[in-house]
Design a protein around this ligand. Structure first.
Ligand SMILES: [Zn+2]
Ligand SMILES: [Zn+2]
Length: 298
């Protein structure tokens, strides 16, 4: 009897393990988590982590604010091993010097050679690593890929981060979706895409003509409709989440930015949640995926 119970137990354990293996194969759990600590025209930063290696993508708030938002998201600032910098504009690098000195000593700054030569980095004491568009760089357990963007900065790039077939990618501060970005971002599981302005709001808004022209130009920022076109180009069956980023508080609203992307996703038959990232609070890919029901097409 005792033996039968033991055998039953073994069989039960065997089927339980088989069930778990099957479930894992059918629903592979995402390895990468991306937390948009804040995104908009006055500050941008995101954390990407697999639990072992943590990277920051830009550092455009004060070091204290970045630290606070990281901690609030359950990520230790000291665990940041590298900061991937897209370009030298202050809304992307404002806190980098103090953060690397006070909060994450040993943290490396990764950027293109041109970006690292910009005056904004002259006083930076942290170690630097140059990356080129198209290059893959290993940082801890993660692979980082840089791709060229089109913006009025010295040598701007966007980034994709990969591990074990899971990947997340972000492109902001670009007047057009570059060929390099299209190639790098097609197939990501989580996509962060710039949705900076509504064209009508920009036209009728208070900005001077030269600034409106700069924002609309091929070296400016993606509009809401540009973002929707980019989504159409980048979406694959692997895409699970979309975040609208770098929204202007003067020339756009969260409702407009979200509506256009959701509408395009629905027309494409995509079952992905679309979240408009906030300037003031963190937006977590894990939390969003669990709480926001996908918009299913009919
Ligand atoms: Zn920016
Ligand atoms: Zn910029």
């Amino acid at each position: 009897m005792g033996r039968e119970v033991k055998e039953d137990g073994c069989i039960s354990v065997f089927f339980h393990v088989l069930d778990e293996v099957y479930t894992a194969a059918m629903n592979p759990s995402p390895t990468l988590r991306i937390v948009f600590l804040g995104s908009g025209s006055s500050g941008n930063s995101a954390a990407i982590t697999d639990g072992e290696t943590t990277l920051l993508l830009d550092c455009g708030f004060s070091a204290r604010e970045i630290s606070k938002r990281l901690t609030g998201s359950g990520i230790s600032p000291e665990s940041v091993s590298a900061i991937l910098v897209t370009h030298e504009h202050s809304d992307h690098v404002r806190g980098i010097d103090v953060f690397t000195r006070r909060h994450a000593p040993g943290c490396v700054v990764v950027a293109t050679a041109g970006t690292l030569r910009a005056p904004e980095f002259a006083a930076l004491t942290a170690d630097r690593r140059e990356i080129r568009s198209g290059q893959t760089m290993r940082v801890g357990t993660l692979n980082v890929v840089a791709f060229r963007t089109s913006h009025d900065a010295v040598q701007p790039v966007g980034y994709r981060v990969d591990i074990d077939g899971d990947s997340v990618g972000v492109t902001t501060d670009t007047g057009v979706l570059t060929e390099e970005a299209a190639e790098a971002l097609s197939g990501v599981r989580v996509l962060g895409i710039e949705s900076n302005h509504d064209l009508h709001m920009l036209e009728r808004g208070p900005y001077p003509a030269f600034l409106k022209h700069r924002i609309r130009s091929a070296r400016g920022h993606l509009s809401n409709s540009d973002a929707a076109d980019a989504l159409e180009r980048l979406a694959t069956e692997r895409l699970e989440q979309v975040f609208a980023l770098h929204r202007s508080s003067t020339n756009n609203t969260a409702t407009l930015a979200g509506a256009l992307l959701r509408d395009r996703a629905q027309r494409l038959g995509l079952t992905v949640p679309v979240t408009v990232a906030s300037q003031t609070t963190a937006c977590d890919s894990c939390a969003t995926f669990m709480t926001e029901a996908p918009s299913r097409s009919t």
